[in-house]
Unconditional design. Sequence first.
Length: 239
Amino acid sequence: MVEFFSGPSRRRVSIAVIATAAFVSVPGAVAGGSFERIVGVGAQGASAAIKLDQTGPRSDSVIGGRVVAVPSGGYVRIYPFIGGLPAIPGRFYPAAHVVCLYWHEPASNCSRLGPAGTRLLTPFAELPLRRDAPTTPVAVRYRSRLLRYANGNIFVALELALERKASSRSSAPRNATPLTVTWRGPNAAHRPRRLFLTPIGVYTPKRLFPLQRGPWCYLVENLEDASAALIEATARICH
């Protein structure tokens, strides 16, 4: 379970978006509520999103099944969300009908989908498949301070943003939060070490990688030395 602060009073609120699974049911359903949507990213930044119901054949209750080994072949990187934050990420192997949900590489915690789960993830099966391991953040710093609480959600949010296609932007907005990121993976040398997290996405020089406001809100509301202007901005944007 991780914690974040809500509102100008910085009230502590708990949200269980880091979870584990045994008989691979669904981590989100085990502790912290159901997944509300899943974003899938294939090769070359191609992506799709699936909105989930709370119950029934379009809910996360169908994402799970018998435990199996990690398949070979191409996959789609998947990013489930609980509220506005990414939860435990993973891989979907369309040919094998297998989903693996895990926090750290290499891939693990895999289960074979039944018919309902396979139908639910059909939009991801249409994406171009990935072959290499994902490139993921292994350390995130604000100024000189290591953001220890960001070991899950913020790391995954930055990974997701940089995996998708960017749009051109001249400069980051005033409420941008500067971060220094250490990456690991096949494209680590091409990932920016310095970037800015904002309510609308991740800025690198002259580029914006779109992302919803949840990760920025979570980050800023946890900063011990956030400025009054940033606190005011979260009160206006996040609540």
